[in-house]
Design a protein around this ligand. Structure first.
Ligand SMILES: C[S@@+](CC[C@H](N)C(=O)[O-])C[C@H]1O[C@@H](n2cnc3c(N)ncnc32)[C@H](O)[C@@H]1O
Length: 232
């Protein structure tokens, strides 16, 4: 082998090695993220922190994927679990997520940090009440996930309207709350502790279904997820 051939051969080996290393680090990043997500699920279980349930997860993932959003808004961060899932499903998207509990927001920040720069650099966590922060946000968002105080869902729906992109998708979790909102078993007047929440969730469904620019589908998986697509 001539000297120049050798240099070229070494260069090829070098590039092959670099490619293998890049593939490997991509794989380990994926593996690490899966591990972190499992850890977060365990944390949520032991600390009784409500996060997206296993039953609702496929609907959520499918919805994010289909929306292919560039900007995501989430109301209710908790420990950052659904935020991380959304950032994974929409690898180009930026996400703004709002959490009123400072300690939870801090835990979410740590989790996003642990997920790596690829995720952390695309996420902004705002601490405060969503109803107060919504008017301060800048439009447009392609995908909105409503997962904060259920008794405020109608306010959240109205509050996000000026922020929506023309073909935005708005998903809201827990809209069927334990089967008390509609369908069989919901005929009785809800018991006192749930009354406001159930009535507000009914109002949410009334609002989304009567919104002229939106098509809404309610998926029964988990606690019910309403997915409203704007068709402007
Ligand atoms: C069901 S958890 C969110 C779970 C998270 N989306 C997930 O699946 O990983 C609801 C969160 O909303 C927060 N929250 C409740 N009311 C809120 C409000 N008005 N503004 C902002 N956050 C709120 C709670 O502190 C709680 O952490």
């Amino acid at each position: 082998m001539f000297f120049y051939d050798m240099i070229i051969q070494i260069d090829i080996w070098d590039r092959e090695l670099q490619q293998e290393n890049a593939d490997f680090s991509r794989d380990t990043t994926m593996g690490r993220l899966d591990e972190l997500l499992r850890e977060m699920e365990e944390y949520a279980r032991t600390h009784e922190t409500p996060i997206l349930t296993e039953a609702a997860r496929p609907v959520y993932l499918r919805t994010v994927r289909a929306a292919a959003p560039r900007r995501i808004l989430e109301l209710g961060t908790a420990i950052g679990y659904s935020a991380l899932l959304a950032l994974r499903e929409a690898p180009e998207a930026e996400l703004v997520t709002v959490e009123r509990d400072e300690a939870l927001a801090e835990t979410a920040r740590e989790n996003l940090c642990r997920a790596g720069k690829k995720y952390e650099s695309r996420a902004t966590i705002l601490v405060g009440a969503a109803e107060k922060l919504l008017p301060t946000l800048s439009a447009p968002f392609d995908f909105v996930f409503i997962d904060a105080a259920k008794s405020r869902y109608p306010d959240f729906w109205l509050g996000v309207q000026p922020l929506l992109a023309p073909r935005a998708v708005v998903a809201a979790d827990n809209v069927l709350f334990r089967g008390l909102v509609e369908g069989e078993g919901s005929e009785e007047w809800p018991k006192h502790s749930y009354r406001t929440m159930v009535l507000q969730l009914r109002e949410y469904l009334r609002l989304v279904r009567s919104a002229p620019d939106f098509q809404t589908e309610v998926f029964p998986e988990g606690d019910g997820m309403a997915v409203s697509r704007r068709n402007e």
